[in-house]
Design a protein around this ligand. Structure first.
Ligand code: UT7
Length: 331
């Protein structure tokens, strides 16, 4: 029997209608459109508002779009992974709720958290279930409601992040398409540079932590920037070398959308033409776990069967890595 590889066979996405523009941010903090655009490439982001609406709200919408497009029966989905850094709540699985809401009643499900690398690591995880031969339909959703942990009085973070969700379906492929190779890394020495200090078990939320605004994202932007530029480029080069890929073999670079300058630096390191670099940071900002599937959704109509796509991400922890995948369908 031919080797089973794990191919992406459908994509779905969801962002909220509400648009937080650079102009609106100018009225909230001491910033300006020129600074944000030149330093990050971001023009606007989507924000999920509404009481009680958490990450699962967007995850469910993205998954339902995928289910309708692919015309699969949700009862055939065997596993739902929700990659997220902003679960609905602690202790209760966001993935379990999402799976039930979309009718994936035969699936088991779990959340996967690796900050901005959550979706990338989720791709690796989903693929393993398929490659084992035991699972045929694995739904991977990347979703984050970053606005729930952003201080809109802190100009160093509030200009960067947005909310969104994207979903992909992994199915077995016998023609060599799908995930080819991966190089995934982490280094816990990085956690002091990007974190929400008071959000988990180390420093539970108290009146004191709230007063110190430790329930919001803190980022040492410069240090994270330097590490992101170095490491994302490094893993991208490694995956190309390991697979004997020349830049002419690459159809697309799908890199985590944290800062246009980081993405450009990665593309420059492998001398990739700008037209092969997926980019939508201007519309959504950094949506953490949703950036990669939102890219796939926006570029889906341009992707061709057999296209070599290099994925790369870097995020809190630190966590980072790259994945080499052959696209499996024409839309
Ligand atoms: O997805 C997870 C991984 N995260 C990332 O990859 C993000 C990595 N970091 C970055 O993208 C960038 O470091 C930022 C976009 C966060 C910041 O850009 P930067 O070029 O590193 O700026 P900076 O923090 O060095 O600040 C430069 C100047 C400072 O002023 P002084 O000290 O030079 O007078 C800041 O106070 O810009 C000032 N500044 C701003 N000015 C206008 C900082 N934020 C703003 C702002 N508007 N929003």
């Amino acid at each position: 029997m031919s080797k089973i590889s794990a191919a992406i066979t459908a994509v779905g996405a969801y962002v909220r209608e509400y648009v937080l523009t650079n102009k609106i941010l100018e009225s909230m903090v001491d910033t300006n459109d020129e600074w944000i655009t030149s330093r990050t490439g971001i023009k606007e982001r989507r924000i999920l508002k509404g009481e009680g609406k958490g990450t699962s709200y967007m995850a469910i919408k993205a998954a339902n779009q995928l289910i309708a497009k692919r015309q699969i029966n949700p009862t055939d989905i065997e596993l739902v992974i929700v990659a997220t850094a902003t679960p609905d709540m602690q202790a209760a699985s966001t993935a379990a709720y999402t799976a039930t809401q979309i009718g994936a009643v035969n699936a088991f499900s779990f959340d996967l958290e690796a900050a901005c690398s959550s979706f990338l690591f989720g791709m690796s995880t989903a693929a393993k279930f398929i490659e084992s031969g035991r699972y045929k339909n694995v739904l991977l959703i990347g979703a984050d409601k970053n606005s729930s942990m952003i201080n809109y009085e802190d100009r160093s973070t509030c200009i960067i992040f947005g909310d969104g969700a994207g979903a992909v379906l992994f199915e077995p492929n016998h023609d060599g398409l799908g995930l080819q190779d991966e190089y995934l890394r982490s280094n816990g020495a990085g956690r002091e540079f990007l974190q929400v200090k008071s959000s988990g078990s180390s420093y539970p939320v108290t009146a004191e932590t709230l007063a110190k605004k430790e329930n919001f994202v803190f980022q040492d932007g410069k240090t994270v920037f330097k590490n992101a530029v170095f490491n994302m480029a490094d893993v991208t080069v490694k995956i190309l070398e390991r697979n004997d890929l020349e830049k002419s073999d690459i159809a697309w670079l799908a890199a985590h959308q944290a800062n246009k300058r980081i993405i450009d630096a990665t593309a420059n390191r492998i001398e990739l033409e700008p037209e092969k670099v997926m980019m939508n940071i201007e519309k959504y900002g950094n949506t953490t776990s949703a950036t990669l599937p939102l890219l796939l959704s926006d570029y889906e109509s341009q992707l061709k069967k057999g296209d070599n796509i290099i994925f790369a991400a870097f995020g809190g922890g630190f966590t980072w890595g790259s994945i080499y995948l052959k696209w499996a369908y024409n839309s």
